[in-house]
Design a protein around this ligand. Structure first.
Ligand code: ZN
Length: 420
């Protein structure tokens, strides 16, 4: 029998639906978040941090997406919720989202945050975190990640103590958060390596771009974790959307791991990534967030494969490898796009059934009866109210295919108003 490969590996854990939506001035509708989970799954991303189980307006969306897991639509991706590492949050999470299976529990660890924000000692923080881990396990969490917020400004010996306490209480991973984007590739390598060696848990790299190094730091941190003998889980967001200067871009991280000089020879992915989904997921996130993809964005920017200078154009025509590290086709680019230049029927919150049937017919969806078409139209109207823009084809197809799940995702009645 072939021996199982024990070499530590790199996994991707996308946080667009959590860190991405925390971005000032930006947001996603619950249906858009669902589509992102579907695309991440199609791409082969290991885990999606799909939202906030302690936030009431997320509860139905989270439960509905867990139903999609159950019926095999979101498989094999893992959906994990982000909460604070306190027992109250664990209880609330299981109250609002009883079927939640995977959690990341977050608490600050740096002296700056302990003194300046929490007004707590290091021992208090460790106690709160381990109590929360115990509670999460007792309530049925299957996997638990523990996040050290502001880890890059935390004394390493305290981080090791924190990590060991998490491990002792059964946590599965330790998230090293470079919350302020303070690290550089050299420092994060050392920290992640030391944590892997001294804590003995897989290490997540959560990097921000305040100094323009989020992707480089993710790669270096992953290398540190693997050199220290542990799996690495790189946290990403689509198009790098995230708080302030953003997070590590999903596609750029995948390209860095798989295409950069000599890296993939030793540092490999834990599961295959379908790169051809890259263009679709980037375009959808750009549309949903209403943030254009920068012209020079790695892989998916309008200029990523554009050549104008004579020498480059000549060279790339003779052999693309002269001036391109990877091909546009690998990323799912190059397909013709259908743009309506004549009459256009669009689905909106005030659409009627005739126009809707016409629109759905164009994407090969037909309805058995007028009533059925009306039901799906009703859902599409609600989806439009929530996203304020025409639905994309995949959103319409999703609603038509899973109307009952869509209904849950689109229902935003406040669950309880305790003071009224
Ligand atoms: Zn973050």
């Amino acid at each position: 029998m072939a021996k199982k490969d024990q070499t530590p590996k790199i996994y991707f854990l996308d946080v667009t639906n959590r860190d991405g939506v925390q971005t000032a001035k930006l947001g996603l509708s619950k249906l858009e978040k669902t589509l992102i989970n579907i695309y991440l799954n199609e791409m082969g991303v290991f885990q999606s941090e799909f939202g906030f189980p302690t936030t009431r307006h997320e509860a139905r969306y989270l439960e509905a997406n867990l139903e999609l897991v159950k019926i095999g639509v979101l498989k094999p991706i893992r959906l994990e919720g982000w909460i604070r590492a306190i027992v109250d949050d664990v209880k609330t999470a299981f109250k609002y989202v009883p079927n939640i299976k995977h959690l990341n529990l977050s608490i600050s660890t740096s002296e700056q945050m302990l003194k300046g924000k929490l007004k707590k000692t290091g021992d208090d923080v460790i106690k709160e975190m381990t109590d929360a881990v115990d509670a999460a396990r007792a309530m049925g969490a299957e996997s638990i990640g523990v996040n050290a917020e502001d880890a890059s400004r935390t004394d390493l010996s305290f981080l090791v103590k924190f990590g060991l306490a998490a491990k002792e209480h059964g946590a599965d991973r330790l998230r090293y958060c470079d919350t302020l984007g303070y690290d550089n590739p050299f420092t994060i390598y050392e920290s992640c390596r030391a944590l892997a060696e001294n804590v003995g848990l897989p290490i997540e790299q959560h990097c921000h771009g305040d100094l323009g190094m989020a992707v480089a730091n993710s790669l270096a941190g992953a290398k540190g974790a693997i050199d220290g003998g542990q799996d690495a889980y790189i946290n990403t967001t689509i198009n790098g959307i995230g708080e302030r200067a953003g997070n590590a871009d999903l596609l750029a991280c995948i390209l860095a791991v798989t295409k950069s000089r000599g890296f993939a020879e030793k540092y490999q992915l834990g599961n295959p990534i379908k790169l051809t989904v890259a263009a679709k997921i980037a375009e959808f996130a750009s549309y949903a967030f209403d943030v254009p993809i920068p012209i020079n964005q790695p892989g998916v920017g309008a200029n990523a494969f554009a050549h104008a200078s004579g020498i480059h154009a000549d060279g790339v025509l003779k052999d693309p490898e002269n001036y391109e590290l990877y091909s546009y086709k690998e990323l799912g680019r190059g397909k013709p796009k259908f743009v309506e230049t004549g009459r256009e029927i669009i689905s909106g919150q005030y659409s009627g059934v005739a126009g809707f049937r016409h629109l759905m017919g164009k994407i090969n969806v037909s309805f058995g009866s007028r009533e059925e078409a009306n039901d799906v139209l009703e859902l599409a109207r609600y989806a439009n109210v929530l996203s304020h823009k025409p639905l994309v084809e995949d959103e319409l197809l999703f609603i038509a295919k899973y109307p009952l799940i869509a209904q849950k995702i689109l229902t935003l009645t406040p669950l309880v108003l305790e003071t009224m």
